[in-house]
Design a binder for this molecule. Structure first.
Ligand code: PLP
Length: 474
């Protein structure tokens, strides 16, 4: 595969001007309105071979045409691109996302050249430290926090563990009661379960048929012993967005630390710690086209918390261990790209998601939506296909090159019915047939059309084999 340069421009007019300059110099180039991997916020790109780069730069410079940025990576030829599209459709972005090429580019210098330990006083260390502090500021700004309120962790799971264990161990003299929603991710639920074995009492909040908690239930559950409330911002399986701000107000009035797991909302909907009224917020890099193994915990200034990992004095004594500089840089780049692309990108994703839902419902009966019809992440669609097993659909779609899942990355594969769908009161037989489609920035209308071509046939075939389907006289 040939390596190409992608010069990006804010406007089509500028890009066309640049193309005219290259055309008249007989340099082969191509305008790419939506280059795979560069995303909507990068505008239009002009693609040309890497070997021409110096010549191209000087030609454009002479005409005062400035590109917003230039990126180089191997890019498949048109024919290859088409073939790839028809065969592989990734609709499992709530499990993880592909690393954005620009994220990778932002990380590479910190593996290759800038390798210093950020705790070292010499120039190598100082360079790494400066990079981390710049990244911290970007993450903080994105969620309307201050840089000193951000602690880098190894991901969403560690952030959730840190928040819950850190608060409960710092506050246990004040009380031993935790309130959590019943549809939390296992990174929260399993910590609560462990604490329950250590004399903590946990109240699990019920949810309605859409997966929504009721703030009134939080009010009722609070006791003098309550030292932590934890409610996820949006659920990873169904995408329902919880009334965090309202719960936060209540927690603030009572002086109870309030944590939210925002792993699924960062980059998908606006997240402001000020608007949400939270004291602690978890986020993760690999759900937003960043690297795996990096995340952060926001801790509001003044919140009493103990560290989860002890050792050196890193992260202002809140998380020991030499900082993972390349991944921190990758996380900051992913956040920067999310801030540029979120609005426009998510409008497109939501439209595709809605077309998918409409198309499926038009071609199949006995299909039900799990989750809130409107208060939902723009990329998530969880449907139950009655009379079939979700796992069978996943495997059959996989054979056609389509990747979806039956639930969260941790529950799929275990054959345990989803705890979130169970909490919503959904009939266990209907839960068995649930499927989660989670779309991302690289998905296209062709992807959706391909799923709509393939899926109805699979469901009909599986239903033909289902004794239950036959029993119902279908
Ligand atoms: N919280 C939620 C809501 C998630 O969806 C996930 C991952 O699926 C996690 C926490 C765990 O994050 P990580 O994979 O970064 O440990």
């Amino acid at each position: 595969m040939i390596k190409y340069i992608f010069a990006t421009f804010q406007t089509t007019q500028l890009a066309t001007k640049a193309k005219d300059v290259l055309d008249s110099a007989h340099i082969e180039c191509e305008l790419i309105p939506k280059p795979v991997g560069l995303g909507a916020g990068c505008g239009i790109a002009l693609k040309y071979k890497q070997i021409d780069n110096i010549k191209v730069s000087s030609l454009l410079h002479a005409k005062s045409i400035n590109a917003s940025g230039t990126y180089s990576f191997p890019y498949p030829e048109k024919k290859e691109r088409k073939k790839k599209m028809g065969k592989k459709v990734y609709l499992d972005h709530n499990a993880t996302t592909p690393t954005h090429p620009l994220v990778l580019e932002a990380m590479l210098p910190y593996y290759r050249d800038i390798f210093g330990n950020a705790s070292s006083v010499h120039a190598f260390g100082r360079e790494a430290r400066n990079a981390i502090e710049g990244a911290r500021e970007k993450v903080a700004t994105f969620i309307e926090a201050s840089p000193e309120e951000i602690v880098f962790t190894s991901g969403g799971t560690e952030s959730d563990n840190f928040a819950i264990r850190g608060i409960t161990s710092a506050w246990e003299k004040e009380g031993k009661h935790i309130i959590a929603s019943s549809i939390e991710h296992h990174a929260v639920l399993n910590v609560c379960k462990e604490l329950a074995k250590k004399a903590f009492k946990v109240t699990y909040l019920p949810v309605d048929k859409f997966g929504l908690i009721n703030p009134e239930d939080v009010k009722k559950a609070i006791t003098d012993e309550t030292i932590l409330i934890t409610v996820m911002h949006a659920n990873n399986e169904i995408g329902t967005i919880e009334p965090i701000s309202e719960v936060g107000k209540m927690a603030k009035e009572k002086g109870i630390p309030f944590h939210t797991d925002a792993v699924q909302t960062i980059g998908k909907i606006p997240v402001s710690v000020k608007e949400l009224n939270v004291d602690l917020l978890s986020l993760s890099g690999h759900k937003i086209y960043g690297p795996k193994g990096i995340g952060a915990l926001y801790i509001r200034k003044g919140t009493k918390i103990k560290p989860l990992i002890v050792g050196g004095h890193h992260e202002r004594n809140r998380r020991a261990g030499t900082e993972n500089v390349p991944c921190i840089m990758g996380l900051a780049k992913a956040i920067e790209l999310a801030s540029l692309e979120m609005k426009e990108g998510n409008q497109k994703i939501k439209a595709l998601r809605d077309n998918l839902e409409k198309g499926i419902k038009e071609s199949l009966d006995n299909v039900y939506l799990n989750g809130h019809p409107t208060e939902r992440l723009p990329n998530t669609l969880n449907l139950s296909f009655e009379f079939v097993e979700g796992e069978s659909i996943v495997l059959n779609l996989d054979l056609e090159g389509i990747a979806v899942s039956t639930g969260s990355a941790c529950t799929s594969g275990s054959l345990e019915p989803s705890h979130a769908l169970k909490a919503m009161g959904i009939n266990p037989a209907v839960i068995q047939g649930s499927l989660r489609f989670s779309l991302g920035r690289n998905n296209s209308e062709e992807d959706i059309q391909y799923v709509l071509e393939v899926l109805p046939g699979i469901i009909s075939r599986l239903r033909e084999m289902s004794p239950l389907y036959k029993m119902k006289g279908k």
